[in-house]
Design a binder for this molecule. Structure first.
Ligand code: SAM
Length: 193
């Protein structure tokens, strides 16, 4: 998972969106910390990272993680975030909404912990607009999920974000990889409604 997520095509997406994070940041599904190099230390005052996989978080270099701002890692899930309401200025989620089992509950939790002035920053692969590709995404997801840590190829990411209390303010979408089945990515930010 670490190697796939470290691919150049994906790193290019991280470089474009992660520097927008501001203030107290919560990263959902921080995994092996591949976004860490792209946080702007002039804008970020602290980072919480949450992930159910201790194994992936143990791959983050340094212990404690060395960044120019405090970093606090938590073992847990996006469906149950151990933070008070309205504590984060930014919630970041990258390549994780595809594999969270209860995505509605996780988005409700992200909404709960975001300050009213805060932003949800997302960068995810998801359902392709082309019928030919999305049909294959639907067919392959049941086979793909058990071997990929629960990843759905076919989730309609922007619809899910909108249906769960957010308004998308900016989004770019398109194929970023020649592997079309997982290559349609959505990158942008949203605010709470
Ligand atoms: C494909 S990896 C992406 C990791 C990282 N976000 C990145 O961009 O490199 C998916 C991540 O989602 C995490 N994950 C799976 N279920 C989750 C859940 N219920 N809540 C939060 N994270 C979850 C996995 O442990 C894994 O770290």
């Amino acid at each position: 998972m670490h190697r796939v997520c470290a691919h150049r095509d994906i790193t290019d997406q991280r470089e474009k969106i992660i520097p927008l994070a501001r203030g107290k940041v919560l990263e959902i599904g921080i995994g092996s910390g591949l976004n860490l190099p792209f946080y702007n230390p002039k804008s970020v005052t602290g980072l919480w990272g949450i992930d159910p996989s201790r194994m992936l978080m143990d791959m983050i270099p340094g212990s404690p993680v060395r960044m120019p701002f405090p970093v606090h890692l938590m073992a847990g899930s996006g469906e149950q975030i151990p933070l008070d309401p309205h504590t984060a200025d930014t919630v970041v989620v990258t390549y994780t909404l595809c594999s969270i089992p209860d995505i509605q509950q996780a988005l409700a939790e992200m909404r709960r912990v975001l300050k009213p002035s805060g932003r949800l920053i997302f960068c995810e692969h998801g359902r392709a607009p082309d019928r030919g590709i999305s049909r294959w995404q639907d067919r392959l997801t049941p086979l793909w999920k058990p071997i990929s840590g629960g990843c759905h190829l076919n989730r309609p990411i922007p619809d899910l974000i909108r249906e769960n209390g957010f308004a998308i303010q900016k989004m770019d979408a398109g194929y970023v990889s020649p592997i079309r089945i997982s290559g349609f990515h959505y990158r942008g930010f949203a605010v709470t409604r």
